[in-house]
Design a protein around this ligand. Sequence first.
Ligand code: 4AD
Ligand code: MG
Length: 432
Amino acid sequence: MRASEAKSADFVGKRVTVRGWVHRLRKQKENAFVLLRDDRGAVIQCVVAAEAAAPLTIESSVEVTGTVSQDPRAPEGGFELKAGELKIYNVAAEYPIGEYQSDELLLDKRHLALRTRRMIAIAKVRASVLQYGRQWFVENGWMEVTAPTIVKGAVEGGSTLFKLRYFDQDAYLSQSAQLYLEAMIFSLGPVWSLTPSFRAEKSRTVRHLAEFSHLEAEAPWVTLEDILKAEEQLVSYVIQNTIKTRAEELALIKRDVTDLKKVEPPFDRIPYSRAIETLRSRGLQVTQDDGEKREIQFGDDLSIDTERELTKDADRPVFVVGYPLAVKPFYVKEDPAAPGIGLTADMLAPRGFGEVTSGGLREDSIDSITERMKKEGLNPGAYGWYLDLRRYGSVPHGGFGLGIERLVRWITNAEDIKDTVLFPRTMSRVEP
Ligand code: 4AD
Ligand code: MG
């Protein structure tokens, strides 16, 4: 059985067998104290004869059979396995990860670092985020689909495309499933997908990965407000269920969830123009391409710093609504009531975590979208099939994309987004 099961009053006085790995080890004259970690990261102290335990090293794999006893001095819950018989599966070579390690070494040895309790806790939180994300869509009548990840066209700008040789032509790794989801709404209605997205991000930041898990949704005949409602419900549902299910793991990584408990709809909606005014009133500076600093102004995109400034005192996410078209991709629908402004919104997580979703309505007129492509320097000819969607029964529609790692980072309070994914891919890392 697992250590987590054995640590129960029901088994006190009974003999049980637990399998796992030597998490910590203290050898004494007669006995050895093995802190055994099971395959889900729970630990139990096992007392075995020193002689039998002599070959043991950290991370050796073992099976211990012993009597469950309750001892308040036993670590991690006051249960231990006594007078254990020990079966050794593998005596581990000298383990390269000790108690205090540099972040770089932990990344180089990520395949082993996954066994640390912090990584296990975050991985479990992530599993719950994925589970409840899926569950929300299923319960609310959205249909799951999958889109290809090898594609011909850019969605989110050409500068972050990974190019690859696809037989005898060029292709790219997908930045977003959006264009494909847009094709699916005509026959499947509201759809969602969870697929890897790829961005050749050339900057090193604590919130960008080269490969991330992208939860995306698209629906026909919706308004911007419908999309924002879906987003705030989804995020609230995921958070409330995750903090309930993963209370133990969040406590282990010392995440106080008081603020997360307040994440319930509705989230504030702040017009982009007001966000800029707020930032200007606080004298916020932005760095231009030439390195010079100047005051932020209408028309600037929001950066990690400006997003932090906007959300640092909030407990709940906010939507920044109505960005200028110039800072958003070609597909964003223009607000008929406000020329130059997109019917679009980003959800910014509180306390400086920043953007977790981008969404909005899509331009549904063939003439307008072709114009916008040209303005962005894209060749409409390369988007033939996508433009067909505007030729054959175009409808008002919209959707959004949520970065799973961004959400997990906020929930776990992880400093670096790399901690929220088991095998991170960044500009400087494609191994292990
Ligand atoms: O804002 P983005 O680029 O929007 C899109 O891709 C839309 N086509 C989505 C849609 O409407 N279907 O990406 C959406 C989200 C971001 O808000 C962020 O949470 C996450 O994906 N994201 C990243 N996460 C980690 N590393 C990166 N490099 C990311 N780029 C975007
Ligand atoms: Mg975005």
